[in-house]
Design a protein around this ligand. Structure first.
Ligand code: EPZ
Length: 420
């Protein structure tokens, strides 16, 4: 198992290029199943989760050519409509093939995703939405068995569906399903994340009739078929936010290329409140800091509020900021796994339910720590960048799921990170 060894104390300076968003690429790759002709994507990051999705689609019969960050997918001859447990257990976002398979082929057999480190991660809202559109769904032996063969023209029927909770992949799954349904679907309490908007923009280019993406009511008027198109994946706002917190903590000045400030309002506001200087340009963001930060309170919530995927990174920031901060996680029930690892580095954090109280200290001490989930791993890297001495992070396969070339990007900015 790979580990990262970090010598703390270096300031970060220079430029870093942000990759295409993992959480936009995953649904967009699955949307290839909806198209009768090839889909050509650019800005597809080299990430484990993206490799997994491409492998899953390949097994189904999608013809895929990948050249660096360009991927073309041809789903004209899909032969299998199944996502097995083996595939889904490594990446729960595989659930995103369910909507497209049902919409285009009328049948799907998708393993229920297990939970993961940060929570049970149910998919009940995905299933209820598809049932509202007429799908017959049975859960047997850990699999979702879904069909529309009993429906008029064997097609999903447009419906009005209110989602009890804001769900990102739930919104994406149902939007893809509705694109080829008969009639109009209205999704209420829809997720407004930029990755949902990027998927909608691509579906519209494929011929879908969608309005309201980015608001909490999305209306989809079903069409008979969708064609391939070309699409460049939106930049990864969470990767960008992670590097912005890194330089805020270490001190220095870093310009992020291929980064959009308009996707990060809540994060930028908190970085400025902590004392960093953030300026933005057309397609880049510059962060400058002397490394002496003030504690900032964080409360996660659906976009455009503060993103849960940046909670662990700001926990790291608060461990060495001046003052006391409250960090409240409202989205997932178990997203404080990084806390006990930071405590091993000397952090002063106490947890009460879904709120952590963080008292800033002068220095963290390097230690051997263990990554548990994607963003927790990133927060331990940030802690290692400012800790005294050496930090060893184990099980960094979590990092490789969501951060492209992390150590080379950080070392190019002046960090001292080795992968062994
Ligand atoms: C997406 O996960 C992201 N993943 C997550 O990023 C992100 O943390 C999350 O949205 C919240 O922003 C992808 O986009 C691939 P949800 P998703 O459905 O869609 C509950 C990362 O680090 N819920 O918005 O699975 C659920 O338990 C990953 O890149 C139900 O109860 O999250 C959670 O408490 C981690 N029933 C809340 O809703 C459902 O049917 C939000 O989950 C669906 C969700």
């Amino acid at each position: 198992m790979d580990k990262l060894i970090i010598q703390g104390g270096n300031r970060l300076n220079g430029e870093v290029t942000i990759s295409g968003a993992k959480n936009a690429a995953l649904p967009i790759l699955c949307a290839s199943l909806l198209a009768e002709t090839p889909l050509k994507l650019s800005g597809v990051a080299a990430l484990k989760d993206i490799d997994t999705t491409i492998k899953l689609l390949g097994i189904m019969g999608v013809k895929i050519a990948r050249n660096g960050s360009e991927v073309s997918l041809d789903a004209s001859e899909v032969a299998s409509f199944e996502a097995t447990y083996e595939m889904v257990k490594t990446m729960r976002a595989s659930i995103l093939v369910l909507g497209p398979l049902l919409a285009r082929f009328g049948t799907a057999r998708v393993s229920l995703p297990g939970g993961c480190a940060i929570g049970s991660r149910p998919v009940d809202l995905h299933i209820k939405g598809l049932q509202a559109m007429g799908a017959a769904i049975h859960i047997t032996h850990g699999y979702i068995q879904a069909s529309t063969l009993h429906l008029p023209n064997r097609r999903l029927q447009g419906a009005r569906y209110y989602m009890d909770l804001v769900t990102v992949t739930g919104t994406e799954n149902l939007m893809m399903a509705a694109a080829l349904a008969e009639g109009t679907t209205v999704l209420e309490n829809a997720a407004k994340e930029p990755e949902v908007v990027d998927l909608a923009e691509m579906l519209i280019k494929m011929g879908a009739n969608i309005s309201g993406a980015g608001t909490d009511v999305i209306t989809i008027v079903g069409v008979d078929k969708l064609n391939g198109t070309t699409h460049n994946i939106v930049c990864d706002r969470i990767e960008a936010g992670t590097y912005m917190v890194a330089v805020a903590m270490t001190g220095g000045e870093v310009k992020l290329l291929n980064a959009r400030a308009d996707l990060l309002d809540a994060v930028i506001e908190k970085l400025r409140e902590a004392g960093a200087t953030v300026t933005s340009h057309q397609n880049s963001i510059t962060v400058k800091s002397d490394g002496k930060l003030k504690a900032v309170n964080i409360r996660t919530a659906p976009h455009p509020a503060f993103p849960t995927d940046m909670q662990a990174q700001f926990m790291a920031l608060n461990t060495v900021a001046e003052g006391v901060a409250k960090v409240t996680e409202t989205i997932f029930e178990n997203r404080f796994m990084h806390v006990q690892e930071m405590q091993r580095m000397g952090a002063d954090i106490s947890i009460d339910g879904n709120t952590a109280l963080v008292k800033g200290i002068e220095f963290l001490d390097g230690a051997t720590v263990m990554a548990t989930d994607l963003r927790a791993s990133a927060s331990l890297v940030l802690a290692g960048l400012v800790a005294r001495g050496e930090t060893v992070i184990e099980r960094i396969y979590h990092l490789d799921r969501g951060y492209e070339h992390l150590e080379s990007k950080l070392n190019a900015l002046g960090a001292n990170v080795r992968r062994v």
